[in-house]
Design a protein around this ligand. Sequence first.
Ligand code: GLN
Length: 453
Amino acid sequence: NKAYLEAMEAARGLNAYVLETPEIALERAAESDARIARGEAGALEGLPLGVKDLYCTEGVRTTACSKILGDFTPPYESHVTSLMRSAGAVMLGKLNNDEFAMGSSNETSAFGTPVNPWRRKGSDAKLVAGGSSGGSSAAVAARICLGATATDTGGSIRQPAAFTGTVGVKPTYGRCSRWGIVAFASSLDQAGPIARDVRDAAILMGSMAGYDKRDSTSVDTPVPDYEAAVGRSVKGLRIGVPKEYRVDGMPAEIEKLWSQGAEQLKAAGAEIVEVSLPHTKYALPAYYIVAPAEASSNLARYDGVRYGARVAGRDITEMYENTRAAGFGSEVRRRIMIGAYVLSAGYYDAYYVRAQKVRTLIKQDFETVFAAGVDAILTPATPSAAFGVGEMANASPVEMYLNDVFTVTVNMAGLPGVSVPAGLSAEGLPLALQLIGRPFDEETLFATAAVIE
Ligand code: GLN
């Protein structure tokens, strides 16, 4: 743990951590040593981990990387991080993310943008580490934590993992408790790990998953031994390749990566079948209605009274207005406005209700494919490799949203998905594939991802 703390100091230029907690780390590491000496080691005993700043940590500042939370210090610990702590995990600090997890490049954070440790061949231009969990992916790739917690509402675990050559797991909706995690879009949010390889991700998942009665959408189902699934044979599994993911303008190198991944699975004994998910093209527009709608409602609680920062006004209404105007960044304000609009009386049926119907169709597409005997679905994780810091500054918000084209379907359908490094681009940057599984069958994802990595 001491070596990690030194490495963190040396890598401060990456801006991966928004808060380092060395005293806590050393105290917990000493407790771990004592438990190991007594022969009482837990599954994560002594492991140096980073925590996305969206997870509430007892007595440790939690801001969701938004100015509106100020110095908010929760008196409680999220369910997932308390499970990890009971398993012996050591927290090194809090990791950067897009403000309230809204973004795909971690450029909306109030603490600035974390930097991807990777560079294009022959260039030292700084690249983004993906978003929203860019601090988690940068820190894992730079070896300044062994693994990290992250959250995924539309791709925020899988896309940053893809951009940094790490493994990211978005579990089935309901697998991990959302209790104590700052809410973005409650029907889509899931906790999950970013790790160096599939085995580490499986070990972390084993301690993050589990029923919690404080989250009404948490599902009471046994947590299997995920680590045992790594290295399990994929012989006889049917892997679907959905034709709708072959989008216009897909770079040739991504297409090649995808067929190579299918070949690897085939060589390991799996059967590759073409499948159809006809409503795929509606997933992104529907997501960008449902997610902002839920966000506008969840973010109503930041009123300058209950949490964090307050900006005074002549009366209470003006205080609300001043606080929210000063506290929220521009992307968050855009989402609140879109959300309030699609939920407003005149437009509710035309936008929100319609998006929910589309969501059902997307879910049914997957159900049909799985009912036909497909065990997992293989797709690219992202439409490109990591891009430069600031490169999208003048692009429209929609261009940024297009990063999520392959990942949002999984959240809309509540399914598990994993992003696994599968090769390098011509410019020498990591590229990744995604595997999508049946509800609560993360094990098949660990088995198939291990074949590709
Ligand atoms: N990039 C997506 C968005 O901005 C997903 C974010 C996430 O998964 N938290 O909404």
